[in-house]
Design a protein around this ligand. Sequence first.
Ligand SMILES: C[S@@+](CC[C@H](N)C(=O)[O-])C[C@H]1O[C@@H](n2cnc3c(N)ncnc32)[C@H](O)[C@@H]1O
Length: 271
Amino acid sequence: MSFRLFEGKEHADIYQKYRFDPPDEVKSIILSYLDKKKGKPHVLAVDLGCGTGQNTRVLAPHFQEVVGIDVSEAQLAVARRVPGSPNITYRASPAEDLPFEDGSVDLVTAASAAHWFNADAFLKEAERVLKPRGCIALLGYSTTTCELHCNNGTGDLTEVLTEVWDCLMPYGNKQVEVSNSMLQEILEAIRFPEKERVENIAVKTRLSVCDFLGYVQSFSMYQAYSKADPEAAKTMIQRIQQRFLEMGVSSAEKELEIWQKYFCVLASKPE
Ligand SMILES: C[S@@+](CC[C@H](N)C(=O)[O-])C[C@H]1O[C@@H](n2cnc3c(N)ncnc32)[C@H](O)[C@@H]1O
C-alpha cells in the first residue's frame, strides 16, 4: 500500500517552493560512503520518493544518470518543470516495484521519504537493483529536534515551533513516528551486514517568516489538517504570525534560522 498524501497540485507547488534542498553536509557523507564502499564510477543513482526533485537535482552532478521515482504524478509534474541537468529523468513508480534491471544501480536514496514506503518490499527491491557494493542512503531529520531562532535580539523562537508541532501532531500517523525515530525500524530491517546511521548532522538554514509559514504548510500533517478543517488550519497560520509579532519579529520579511539535526541511514550491498 502507498500513502497518497502528496497528490494535490497545490501541495506540489508549495512543496517545490518551500522545502529545503538536502544539505551539502549530508550529500558529502553519502558520496564519501559510496566512494569507500563501491568506488567509482558513479553511474546510476535512483532517488525514491523524489517529490519535486530536491535531492535528485543535488545528486545529478555526481552521477552519469539520476532517476527520480515517485508515486505522485502531481509532484513529478512540478519536478519536470524545474530547470535541472540533462542527466535527470523522472518516472512514476512505487518504491516497492522499481523499473530497473537486477544489479544495475550504484546508489539508492530516499530523502524525507523512506518512512512512507512499505519497508520490507522496498528494501527487497533495493537489494535486487543494487550492484554488488552499491549503497542505500536514507536521509532526513526529526521534527522533534528542530529549533527556531532569530538574530535580531529576539533569540530563541523554538516555543513557536513546538506550538506548530503540537497543533499538527494529531494529523500525523505511524509514518511520522518512524521518521522521528530516525528510521529505526528500517535500519533494523536492512539485511546487509554493513549498515550504520550517522546522526546529529547539524544544519542551520536561513529563511524569512513568509518562507517559514510556507514550509509549515508543505507538511503532509498540515495538508491533512487543512482538509479536515480548512478554517482552523488557516487560523493556525495567522496565530503563528501573531506569535512572531508578540515575540518581537516585526515583519514577514524578517530572517529566521531553523536548526535541524539531519541523520542518514547508510548500507552497502555485499560483494
Ligand atoms: C515528504 S516527500 C519527500 C520529497 C523529497 N524527496 C524531498 O526531499 O523533499 C515524500 C514523497 O514520497 C512519495 N511517496 C510516498 N510513498 C511512496 C512510494 N511507496 N513509492 C514512491 N514514492 C512514494 C510521495 O509522493 C512524496 O512525493
